[in-house]
Design a protein around this ligand. Structure first.
Ligand code: 1CP
Length: 341
């Protein structure tokens, strides 16, 4: 084992004292970085994910270029439907496309709970290489999508503002929906255990579309499965749940035993703290679009954010992924403002 030179995020998640608030940015490995765009021109999306040397290079870019306190694996949440047997394409400037989505019971013939070493071994190889190349500079965050968010794409077949077809599937064919959610959950648990075994220090579960469900549906369709994942992992790794828009369920998310909870910019940190209680680290919640403000404004707003969270048990982050049109020096100003505070 290598010594972790910067373990601020690990200590913050464990609830230990830290010298300063740690910082990283969701989707920090990606399109706002010119160095990423060079590799994007040369290789296809899944080629970048499936080639450990490329995934490692892209993962480490933001550590070198913007100075974040953690690396996050370069991959995508949609490698899970792919491993389960569905075709997933990344269409230039339009996002993911699954040409044959799941709609009926017969469609289950085309999917399975796969052996993750066979189907996703390339991710574990990438993690081993990243850990070697990071050499303890910062921790590595592994991740997966929450089962509900993965179902959204497996049923809808593409991105959507409402994911109405995914909702209709859950509301009109609940037995099939729960069968699918359990298959995704079983795959995800094996996948995340593999990530931890390969060296991931922290695991974040992205429930990007959790906020589309009301509180009761969120419990039944999403949190129930996230809870299984957290329970399977929490003794092996530090865990963070990010369920965008699901602020109403912070209390039940904290009760899963996750070490951290991500929040978006639509809830005040003080209120999130009241809901979540004092035994969990909060992560967030800068409005990603504010990174387009002039740098002095970014610096002032970061100070306000840090003050609102108060000291301790906070990881500074955006409230959702960084936008592709953010200038690199603005991203760096965000990170520096947290470090200087
Ligand atoms: O054009 C490109 O270069 C592809 C853009 C891209 C990138 C850089 C996609 C397509 N995925 C990724 C990488 C990625 N995806 C990471 C890398 C690590 C990092 O954070 O730096 C991560 C964590 C994800 C996770 C992901 N993929 C989520 C959850 C987080 C979130 O932003 O809500 C979701 C919903 C996806 C699906 C997806 N993949 C790609 C796009 C454009 C989308 C969103 C499509 C939609 O809006 O529905």
């Amino acid at each position: 084992m290598t010594d972790m030179k910067n373990d601020l995020i690990l200590r913050t998640l464990r609830g230990e004292a830290v010298e300063r608030t740690p910082v990283w940015m969701m989707r920090q490995a990606g399109r706002y970085l010119p160095e990423y765009m060079v590799l994007r021109q040369k290789y296809g999306f899944f080629e970048r994910c499936q080639t450990p040397a490329l995934a490692a290079e892209i993962t480490i870019q933001p550590v070198d270029i913007v100075g974040v306190d953690a690396a996050i694996l370069f991959s995508d949440i949609l490698v899970i439907p792919q491993a389960m047997g569905l075709e997933v394409q990344m269409v230039e400037s339009r996002g993911p496309l699954l040409p044959e989505p799941i709609k009926t019971e017969a469609d289950f013939n085309r999917i399975r709970v796969p052996d993750t070493d066979e189907t996703l071994g390339y991710v574990f190889d990438a993690i081993k290489l990243i850990k070697q190349e990071l050499n303890g500079r910062v921790p590595l965050i592994g991740f997966a999508g929450a089962p509900w968010t993965i179902l959204c794409y497996m049923v809808q077949g593409k991105g959507s503002k409402t994911f109405d077809e995914a909702k209709i599937f859950c509301y009109t064919q609940p037995a099939l929906a729960h069968k699918l959610l359990q298959m995704i959950t079983d795959t995800t648990i094996a996948y995340l255990k593999g990530q931890v075994k390969a060296g991931a220090d922290v695991i974040q579960i992205f429930d990007s579309w959790g906020g589309l469900l009301g509180p009761e549906d969120f419990e039944n369709i999403s949190l129930r499965y996230i809870r299984q994942i957290v329970e399977a992992l929490k003794d092996e790794a530090l865990t963070i749940i990010f369920a965008k828009g699901a602020w109403h369920s912070l209390e039940s998310m904290a009760a899963t035993g996750a070490h951290g909870l991500g929040i978006d910019w639509c809830i005040k940190p003080q209120l999130a703290r009241q809901f979540a209680g004092n035994n969990v680290t909060l992560q967030g919640n800068f409005d990603p679009a504010k990174l387009l403000s002039p740098i002095p404004v970014i610096k002032a707003e970061v100070k306000n954010m840090l003050k609102a969270f108060g000291p301790g048990r906070h990881i500074a982050n955006l409230g959702h992924g960084i936008l592709p049109n953010v200038p690199v020096d603005h991203a760096r100003a965000f990170v520096d403002a947290v470090k200087e505070a």
